[in-house]
Design a protein around this ligand. Structure first.
Ligand code: ADP
Ligand code: MG
Length: 242
């Protein structure tokens, strides 16, 4: 089976200011189907730039990106848009939900866009809302939700089209411990069901849910290893450590 993600000497240099800023400097990363990879590193080390490039939200300067065995760094904007719709789910820290749609419709939309039948999209919506304790908020507008609730809706939406790759950039960044626990519980659950996840986090306890930890420093991978644990830790236990 092809890796879900493969990058070859991936480089991003921002050129928008007076001085070029090298944000990602030659990253070789391979993620196998079903892996849960946490990316950690100091602020400014290139974590967001890397995951944005993996989702085609930021163009690379040089190097290669492969998703599911297909070279994608050369795709056009519209081809990327299609690929994202079919294969990639995103959770970012400041994720804008569609303001004039209900919470439920926000969650249902990606599956419909990806071509699921209305029946399947509706079933998916209901199971995700239930998993994130959002069923009673389904008819609310996003603006009526707390930050934590909005973040949970963003995760539900990212998972709605059953993406081959879930990309998350500090998905628990703004959350209190209860919301964090709900998000982590769902991440663990979908990971157990085989979901491939690449998650940026600054929190070692959140990272400890992953199988593998990749450390970035100054745009380079400085460490990449499996996370050792004696037994599987649950999301609830991770939070109890706080
Ligand atoms: N749009 C941009 N234009 C110019 N420089 C940027 C831009 N986005 C990020 N950078 C710079 O690239 C480097 C990596 O940033 P980023 O990927 O956001 O790091 P992290 O997510 O690890 O905090 C930083 O030096 C940052 O200032
Ligand atoms: Mg960042």
């Amino acid at each position: 089976m092809s890796p879900v993600v493969k990058t070859v000497n991936l480089v991003k240099i921002y050129q928008d200011g007076a001085v070029p800023v090298p944000a990602v400097r030659g990253v070789d990363l391979q993620v196998e189907p079903g892996e849960f990879v946490a990316i950690m590193g100091p602020s400014g080390s290139g974590k967001s730039t890397l995951v944005h490039m993996l989702g085609g939200l930021d163009a690379r300067t040089s190097g290669e990106i492969w998703l599911d065995g297909k070279r994608v760094d050369t795709l056009s904007e519209s081809a990327w848009a299609l690929l994202r719709r079919k294969k990639i789910g995103f959770v970012f820290q400041f994720f804008n939900l569609v303001a004039n749609m209900t919470v439920g419709d926000n969650v249902e939309l990606p599956a419909l866009l990806a071509g699921a039948s209305p029946k399947v999209a509706r079933e998916r919506r209901e199971s995700l809302l239930a998993a994130l304790n959002l069923t009673d908020r389904a008819d609310a507008a996003p603006a009526q939700l707390s930050g934590g609730e909005q973040q949970r809706v963003a995760l539900a939406r990212a998972l709605a089209n059953e993406p081959s790759l879930l990309l998350a950039d500090e998905p628990t960044g703004n959350l209190d411990s209860r919301n964090t626990r709900d998000v982590l519980r769902l991440l663990s659950e979908v990971h157990k069901q085989g979901q491939t996840i690449v998650m940026v986090t600054h929190d070692a306890r959140v990272a400890s849910l992953a199988d593998r930890l990749v450390s970035l420093f100054d745009g380079e991978i400085v460490d990449d290893g499996r996370i050792a644990r004696r037994r599987t830790r649950t999301a609830g236990e991770v939070i109890d450590l706080r």
